[in-house]
Design a protein. Structure first.
Ligand code: TYD
Length: 214
């Protein structure tokens, strides 16, 4: 449970590679600004100077940390971001949009790397202090389509993009399982839709939740 009342709204964006999350974070932010709200935009791993340093280490194709070291580094970055950025923003009533959060650890380090889900849930709770998003938007897409989009868009791939197809298939399946287990928190989006259709669907999910934002 949260140690202090948090009056804002915490929205996380999850899914595989190249699913269009980043574009939709920007579009949702624009809609919120049009409503007179100033959202806080952040991402994982990253979002603070220390966490961005950890991100560089994690995504560098020159390194190959063990699965457990990779999980701990993700959690170290998360602990920094939650205490330094997300909790203070929510405490002051802001809407926080976070590109990935702790479900990514369950999907990538759990299903992808094969680490124990209970261990990862314990680490997630430690890093977040039990802070659970009010809404999680899951961008569901065939990984082959996502990776092809990413290669087409920038040509740049990070260390995790380069994992084999079965890794990405396991990640996708785990995200869908997580969504089925918590239907009140997750909204599953067909990321093959047009950006306009996705934006509209996301607004339908977010707008009713704004009533609780002070
Ligand atoms: P990024 O380039 O931000 O990918 P995307 O645009 O797809 O979000 O890189 C983040 C990578 O880190 C992505 O491959 C997923 C991975 N990741 C994990 O493996 N575990 C985690 O807990 C998080 C937050 C991210």
């Amino acid at each position: 449970m949260s140690p202090q009342p948090l009056s804002g709204l915490f929205v996380t964006f999850e899914g595989g590679e190249g699913a269009g999350k980043t574009t939709q974070v920007a579009r949702l932010a624009a809609r919120l600004r049009a409503r007179g709200l100033e959202p806080v935009l952040t991402r994982e791993p990253g979002g603070t100077p220390v966490a961005e340093g950890v991100r560089a280490l994690l995504l560098d194709t020159q390194h190959r940390p063990t699965a457990l070291a990779e999980a701990f580094l993700m959690e170290a970055a998360r602990a920094e971001l939650v205490s330094g950025v997300i909790r203070p923003a929510l405490a002051s009533g802001r809407v926080v949009l976070c590109d990935r959060y702790d479900d990514s650890t369950l999907a990538y380090q759990g299903a992808g790397r094969g680490l124990d889900a209970d261990v990862l849930r314990t680490l997630n709770r430690a890093a977040t202090g039990g802070l659970v998003p009010g809404l999680t938007l899951l961008f569901d897409l065939d990984p082959a389509v996502g990776l092809a989009r990413r290669a087409g868009a920038s040509g740049a791939t990070n260390r995790l993009d380069r994992e084999p197809a079965d890794f990405h298939a396991r990640v996708r399946a785990r995200f869908l399982e997580l969504a089925r287990a918590e239907p009140g928190r997750f909204v599953v989006l067909d990321a093959a839709l047009t950006p306009e259709a996705l934006e509209a669907r996301i607004w339908e999910a977010v707008e009713p939740r704004l009533a609780a934002v002070r």
